[in-house]
Design a binder for this molecule. Structure first.
Ligand SMILES: NC(=O)c1ccc[n+]([C@@H]2O[C@H](COP(=O)([O-])OP(=O)(O)OC[C@H]3O[C@@H](n4cnc5c(N)ncnc54)[C@H](O)[C@@H]3O)[C@@H](O)[C@H]2O)c1
Length: 318
């Protein structure tokens, strides 16, 4: 069964029209609600790489997880990924078979946003596309409890902007997990301009319950980690392009000199050179600051189709 996306217009929020976040730093909630103090059930939009990882993290921590994707096949792919990840943890003796079965019993899937009716929090982890995310938020919101919190796992879209298309801007927040979710300890908790203290507290506590370490970040392009990481990768391309050292020596330098587990150029190959370039372009445009200009060599390699591991050739050949 497919999700109905066509009726997006019928669910358009009405409160936010004409209200600009810059002139309204503390938005009064339009729906009466009692603030949540505890999250027992998490809804997740998207059963892909991140959605399935987030569902697994919830389920292992004893929290009910409801994954909604556009097709049953997508949900089955997500469930398969979770099962395989849990099996690896069992084989490494980090989880018992009973704990794995218990975790799986906490996960349900659907192709309908109605399935979010019992959720205390819904984390949107669908494809990275602004128009799609706005459509999804408008469609799912009528199915939420009045006091439910909405979060997005977006890597690059403004949390303030997404909050403003909902009818619960004060109960909207960014929860930026890292890939692979079951292994990565960090969650960036992103406060939009409208996010309330109560919403921040509940989500911050939830990240800890999931066994993660949350850091609190104000909404801005790249948040904190990618804001620092991607310009560092870009700088490695400047250094390589200027012929200061070989690619291998640049990576050895950063591994041994800074204790990084992987060199910046090898990391660029892993992430995708096109992704690194696109992120630099966003920073360059949104900050209007030349310090974010992309390295010419990075641009050249992307133009040549040398995108990294995924194309078989980036800085290194695979
Ligand atoms: N992959 C990463 O390393 C990473 C890291 C941090 C954050 N993110 C962010 O997480 C989000 C998801 O990324 P991903 O890598 O999991 O992508 P993905 O392509 O693996 O999964 C996205 C899923 O969303 C589903 N989807 C699309 N439209 C939908 C709809 N209308 N309703 C429900 N589901 C829908 C797709 O079918 C797909 O299964 C993006 O916003 C991305 O920027 C990704």
């Amino acid at each position: 069964m497919k999700l109905e996306l066509k009726s997006a217009q019928t669910h358009e929020p009405s409160h936010s029209k004409g209200t600009h976040p810059m002139t309204s730093p503390s938005v009064t909630p339009t729906t009466p609600h009692t603030p949540l103090s505890h999250i027992a059930c998490v809804g997740i939009v998207g059963s892909g790489t991140m959605g399935s990882g987030i569902a697994q993290a919830c389920a292992v921590s004893g929290i009910k997880a409801v994954m909604v994707d556009i097709s049953e096949e997508a949900n089955q792919r997500g469930l398969k990924a979770i099962r395989q990840s849990l099996e690896r943890l069992v084989s490494k003796e980090k989880l018992t078979q009973d704990q794995m079965n218990e975790a799986l019993s906490h996960i349900t899937t659907s192709t309908q946003y109605e399935a979010f009716e019992a959720a205390d929090l819904v984390i949107e982890a669908a494809t990275e596309n602004l128009a799609l995310k706005i459509k999804i938020l408008n469609l799912l919101e009528p199915h939420l409890k009045a006091n439910a919190i909405l979060a997005s796992n977006t890597s690059s879209i403004s949390i303030t902007q997404l909050a403003q298309v909902t009818q619960r801007a004060d109960r909207f927040i960014g929860m930026h997990f890292f890939n692979p979710v079951p292994m990565m300890a960090l969650v960036e908790v992103i406060r939009g301009l409208q996010t309330s203290d109560a919403t921040h507290q509940v989500v911050h506590d939830l990240a800890k319950t999931l066994g993660k370490t949350p850091i609190t970040v104000k909404n801005a392009p790249g948040f904190v980690v990618n804001r620092i990481l991607v310009p560092m990768i870009n700088e490695a391309f400047f250094v390589l392009g200027e012929g200061l050292a070989s690619a291998e020596d640049i990576d050895i330098g950063m591994k041994l000199g800074c204790n990084h587990p992987i060199g910046p150029l090898a990391l660029a190959d892993l992430v995708g050179l096109d992704v690194c370039l696109a992120v630099m372009e966003v920073y360059f445009t949104q900050f209007a600051d030349s310090k974010y200009r992309a390295a010419p060599l990075l641009r050249e390699m992307v133009a040549a189709g040398r995108l990294g591991r995924k194309s078989g050739h980036g800085v290194y050949a695979y």
